[in-house]
Design a protein around this ligand. Structure first.
Ligand SMILES: Cc1cc2nc3c(=O)[nH]c(=O)nc-3n(C[C@H](O)[C@H](O)[C@H](O)COP(=O)(O)O)c2cc1C
Length: 473
């Protein structure tokens, strides 16, 4: 154990924090991460239940789920290979509520991340419709922003998996390589040209966001988060790099954030004032013509004014993969501090794995909550180990990406090269056997309230079907 760890004052990590009216027991959140565990028909799987339960059991205060689809409109469906869970419809409620109950029984709070589709980072070859974005501009891969582990061998393996058996130019000859990558959209190394999304389509997604938020609340999630990060559809509106629209969704700052604010308002309308609603966007772009942390701070302020209860930061996009999945510790901390200074609601900073750095962020007010992604994949017990000062027992994520994101891109379920238990949680008894909790009546009251208030809005189901949907066996 290093001297620094031995003397570390860990108390900032274990201070509870309140988001809207919800108390979270500590300052560690698990970042949203799609691990390819969802059942093929978009229902939560047993493996998902056990995987998230492991992180809850390990002490993580807040779990934010992977991106979950709120819309089944074809424009939101150009991403199928990644098989996101769905919150689009009543029929997902029974499995989802069982999932939520399971994770919560291990002591964590859980938010659902709500996703309106991949935008230009989807693929024309994967879904029913062509890809759409703020404007008809493809994303551009940047060689200097590659993540750890992307080597010629890995590219070759991915290409073979995608059924391509021809020659592959080396990454060092990047222009030629990009030309080749056009042939294999499955590799996601080069963008296709999207079509500009119409206002009618924007309105559909805004409405679907409300439905998704309502369904999430009914399933028992403790809060929801609007996904506006990582270069996907909503992000393309935020940036002048990707938004050159001439209508009220492009041009000025206020126009570029309009879609994101509409989504936040739609979620808020659906769940009422007392329920946590937040948003995740990239803290900056660090690319020519991209937005800065100062602009992101203005965005955060506007989101707060429009009713967001928290700001969850991330970084990067497919154009800047090593910002999205940082190769080094703490890349977003300074940006988080700039953004936090602009708002009074809690701000979450991603990608801080080392206990000393986590304490530094919290103690010095650079963010209110620290989020860990790959570190939580690698060691579900990070929080409990820190709480018990077992610093040397932490299985440290090396940001190698081999078991997680590189397998994910190859459509394989996530594993971790440092922890053989990751991805196999459904076969580990302690994560499947849950404490038995009494059924709460609250959910049923909520359904009654909703039906009374909005008889014709989204609740097109009979009372009998609803009872079936919320009944816990
Ligand atoms: C396998 C994998 C899947 C991810 N899926 C999502 C996602 O669904 N939504 C999202 O906002 N971020 C997603 N991310 C990004 C993470 O939330 C996080 O921002 C990123 O991994 C950086 O944090 P880290 O260095 O702690 O891993 C994903 C990351 C990984 C590794």
């Amino acid at each position: 154990m290093s001297k620094a760890s031995k003397d570390l004052d860990i108390s900032p990590i274990f201070q509870p924090i309140t988001i809207n009216k919800l108390e979270i027991k500590n300052r560690i959140a698990m970042s949203p991460m799609n691990c390819n565990f969802t059942d093929p028909d978009h229902y939560m799987s047993r493996q998902q239940m056990a995987y998230y339960a492991a992180r809850a059991k390990g002490g993580t205060g807040l779990i934010i789920t992977e991106a979950q689809a709120v819309s089944e409109h074809p424009i939101a469906d150009t991403y199928r290979k990644y098989n996101n869970p769905f919150l689009t419809n009543y029929k997902y409620v029974p499995t989802q509520s069982n999932f939520v109950e399971h994770v919560k029984s291990f002591g964590a709070k859980i938010f659902a991340q709500l996703f309106t589709g991949p935008g230009r980072q989807g693929s024309n070859d994967l879904g029913a419709a062509g890809i759409v974005a703020a404007s008809a501009i493809p994303w551009e891969s940047q060689i200097e922003k590659m993540i750890n582990g992307v080597t010629d061998d890995v590219i070759k393996a991915g290409a073979r998996l995608a059924g391509y058996h021809g020659d592959i130019p080396p990454l060092s000859d990047f222009d030629k390589f990009l030309e080749f990558a056009q042939k294999i959209p499955m590799l996601h190394l080069v963008g296709q040209t999207p079509r500009e999304i119409t206002k009618e389509e924007i309105n559909i997604l805004v409405k679907d966001m409300g439905t998704g938020a309502k369904v999430a609340k009914l399933c028992g999630y403790d809060g929801v988060e609007v996904h506006a990060c990582h270069g996907y559809l909503v992000h393309t509106f935020l940036s002048e790099r990707s938004n050159q629209r001439k209508d009220e969704y492009g041009g000025s700052f206020e126009n570029r954030i309009r879609f994101m604010l509409e989504l936040i308002r739609s979620a808020r309308r659906a769940v009422g004032p007392d329920y946590p609603v937040g948003v995740r966007f990239s803290a900056a772009e660090d690319l020519p013509g991209g937005y800065t942390a100062e602009t992101a701070a203005k965005m955060a302020k506007r989101c707060q004014e429009e009713g967001a209860d928290f700001i969850n930061l991330s970084h990067g996009s497919y154009e800047a993969m090593s910002d999205f999945l940082p190769n080094t510790e703490g890349q977003v901390i300074d940006k988080a501090a700039i953004i936090k200074a602009a708002v009074t609601i809690p701000v979450m900073c991603p990608s801080v794995h080392n206990p000393e750095n986590v304490v530094d962020v919290l103690k010095n007010g650079k963010a209110d909550i620290v989020q860990q992604g790959r570190q939580q994949i690698c060691d579900p017990d990070w929080v409990n180990k820190v709480m018990n000062r077992r610093f040397d027992d932490i299985i440290k994520c090396t940001r190698c990406n081999r078991g997680c994101i590189l397998r994910f891109v190859a459509m394989l379920p996530v594993r971790c090269v440092r922890n053989p238990r990751t991805g196999q949680e459904e076969f580990i008894d302690e994560y499947m056997k849950r404490p038995i909790l009494p059924i709460k009546q609250k959910v049923w009251h909520e359904v009654q309230e909703l039906t009374e208030k909005n008889p014709s809005e989204i609740w097109e189901y009979t009372e009998e079907e609803m009872i079936k949907a919320v009944t816990v066996e």
